[in-house]
Ligand binder design. Structure first.
Ligand code: KIV
Length: 282
C-alpha cells in the first residue's frame, strides 16, 4: 500500500471517493487497521475514555498522546496518521499550539494534528499550518467542550446554530485546515458544508453526506460498555468474542486442558533418568 498524503486524500475527495478513518491507540490494532487499508488513522484523545477509563477526554496529557501515538505509527508506518491535540495543549496561545503540535509530530512521526473548535481556534490552526504541519479541524460536538455544552449533544440544531456550524467550517478552512471532523451534526447540514468547502469533511454522527467517516474502533467492534451512541454501527461482536475466549481460557487452565503437549517444549526436556537424579539431589 502506498502512503497517503494530504494531496492523495484531497484527490480522493475530488474524485468523489469516500475516505475511511478509524481511531487507533496501539501497535497491534494499528497493524490490523493497516492490513485493512484504512485510509487514515486517528490517534484520538478518546483514548482517555477507551484506554484509560475516564468519563471525558479532559484529563489526557500531551505526554500520554505521544506514548500512544508512537506505538500506532510503529504499527502502520505507511498509513496517514493524525494526532489529536489534548485539552489545554493549544487553547492558551498560538505559541503553545505550535509547540505542542511540533512535539506531537517530532516525537511520534505522525503526519498531521487535529484540534477542536471553529472560529475560536483559527489563529492556532494558521500558526501550525505555517510551520508545515497539516491540520485537521474538529467542529460540531467537540468533546473537550463537554462542560460548556452541558453534555454530549447534537450541534447545529435550528437555524442560528446551523449557520454557526457552517461559519465554523468556512473559518477553519480559511485558516488552512485540509480536513475537518464534523461530529454530531444533522445530516443535511453536513452535506451542505461538504458541498461548500474544498477541505475534506469526516463525519461521526453526521450522516453519509461527508467525504469520509470516522468511528472509535472499540465502538464499531462492540467492545465498549453499556452506552453506545446512536451513530455507532457494530461491524463485529469482538467484545463478546473476547469475553468468550477469556472464559474458555480460564476454564481450560483450571481443568488442566491447557497447556496440552503440543503447547510445550517437550523435545527439549532432559532424559527421565537425569530428571530423576535432579529430583533426588534437590
Ligand atoms: O478523539 C477522537 O477519537 C475523536 C473522534 C471521535 C473524531 O475526536
Amino acid at each position: 500500500m502506498s502512503k497517503n498524503t494530504v494531496a492523495t486524500l484531497l484527490q480522493m475527495k475530488a474524485r468523489g471517493e469516500k475516505i475511511s478513518q478509524l481511531t487507533c491507540y496501539d501497535y497491534t490494532t494499528a497493524r490490523l487497521a493497516a492490513a485493512a487499508e484504512i485510509n487514515t488513522i486517528l490517534v484520538g484523545d478518546s483514548l482517555g475514555n477507551t484506554m484509560q477509563g475516564y468519563e471525558t477526554t479532559l484529563p489526557v496529557t500531551l505526554e500520554e498522546m505521544i506514548i500512544y501515538g508512537r506505538s500506532v505509527v510503529r504499527g502502520c508506518p505507511d498509513a496517514f496518521v493524525i494526532m489529536d491535540m489534548p485539552f489545554m495543549s493549544y487553547q492558551v496561545s498560538t505559541e503553545q499550539a505550535v509547540t505542542s503540535a511540533g512535539e506531537l509530530i517530532k516525537k511520534t512521526n505522525a503526519n498531521a494534528v487535529k484540534l477542536e473548535g471553529g472560529a475560536a481556534v483559527t489563529g492556532q490552526i494558521r500558526a501550525i499550518v505555517d510551520c508545515g504541519i497539516p491540520v485537521c479541524a474538529h467542529i460540531g460536538m467537540t468533546p473537550q467542550s463537554v462542560n460548556a455544552f452541558g453534555g454530549f449533544k447534537v450541534q447545529g440544531k435550528g437555524e442560528e446554530n446551523a449557520r454557526r456550524v457552517l461559519e465554523d467550517a468556512l473559518a477553519v478552512q480559511r485558516a488552512g485546515a485540509f480536513m475537518c471532523v464534523l461530529e454530531c451534526v444533522p445530516p443535511k447540514l453536513s452535506a451542505l458544508i461538504t458541498k461548500k468547502v474544498d477541505m475534506i469533511t469526516i463525519g461521526i454522527g453526521a450522516g453519509a453526506g461527508c467525504d469520509g467517516q470516522v468511528l472509535v474502533y472499540q465502538d464499531m467492534l462492540a467492545m465498549s460498555g453499556e452506552f453506545v451512541p446512536k451513530f455507532v454501527k457494530p461491524f463485529a461482536q469482538i467484545g463478546q468474542a473476547m469475553t468468550q475466549a477469556f472464559r474458555e481460557y480460564d476454564r481450560q487452565v483450571k481443568s488442566g486442558a491447557f497447556p496440552a503437549p503440543e503447547q510445550t517444549y517437550a523435545k527439549s526436556d532432559c532424559s527421565d533418568e537425569y530428571l530423576a537424579r535432579l529430583e533426588q539431589e534437590y
